[in-house]
Design a protein around this ligand. Structure first.
Ligand code: IMP
Length: 196
């Protein structure tokens, strides 16, 4: 089957392609010809709502089965923020947001946080949405470390490790990340539904 991943992010596309390699699923994306690059406003209040908004828009525009994801970082000491606003709660760059988070947690001993991804699958534009969630718990470091990845990777130390995602590198991150876990569940579903 052909499956559209509603993103232009090359890291996400490569990750899903690897998971689908043995599944006879051809992953296409916004970077492919004939797929429109829709700018879908993320107006939802939850990861699931935003993932569905994106999936629905692309399913309507292409008629293809679509996967769309929405992710963010939930920090315990600030009531689960920045959450769905992870990309935009402070204007500027990833580095600006990392610094702002360090400031917010400057006097906090509870540094627990969770990365969360919700993937929405739509088999066709009118289908009921199916959701798959992936999480990874960890802590927020007191300084920025590492140069790989993006977003909050230089601050996030996944549980069971003592280095940030940005130090561990993309290969290690892809074996345990929230997104990898959510994508894996979605691909397992597609595999089992194809077998029926
Ligand atoms: P998106 O929904 O995958 O685009 O993620 C929204 C925002 O959450 C990103 O712009 C980052 O700020 C943050 N984020 C999501 N996943 C990650 C990750 O794996 N590492 C670091 N930051 C992330």
């Amino acid at each position: 089957m052909k499956l559209l991943l509603a993103t232009a992010n090359k890291g996400k596309i490569a990750e899903l392609q690897t998971l689908c390699a043995s599944e006879e699923i051809e992953v296409v994306s916004i970077n492919d010809q004939n797929i429109p690059n829709l700018d879908v406003e993320e107006t939802g209040e939850t990861f699931a709502e935003n993932a569905e908004l994106k999936a629905r828009a692309f399913a309507r525009a292409t008629g293809l089965p679509v996967l769309a994801d929405d992710s963010g970082l939930e920090v315990d000491a600030i009531g689960g923020k920045p959450g769905v606003k992870s990309a935009r709660w402070v204007s500027g760059t990833d580095n600006d947001r990392n610094k702002a988070l360090l400031e917010k947690l400057a006097h906090e001993t509870n540094r627990r946080a969770t990365f969360k991804t919700v993937v929405c699958y739509l088999e066709n534009p009118n289908a009921e949405p199916l959701f798959f969630e992936g999480t990874i718990s960890g802590t927020i470091a007191t300084t920025l470390s590492g140069s790989e990845g993006f977003g909050y990777d230089p601050l996030f130390i996944p549980e069971g490790h003592n280095k940030t995602f940005a130090e561990l590198g993309v290969e290690v991150k892809n074996t345990l990340s929230h997104r990898a876990r959510a994508f894996k569940k979605a691909v397992e579903y597609l595999h089992s539904s194809a077998a029926k």
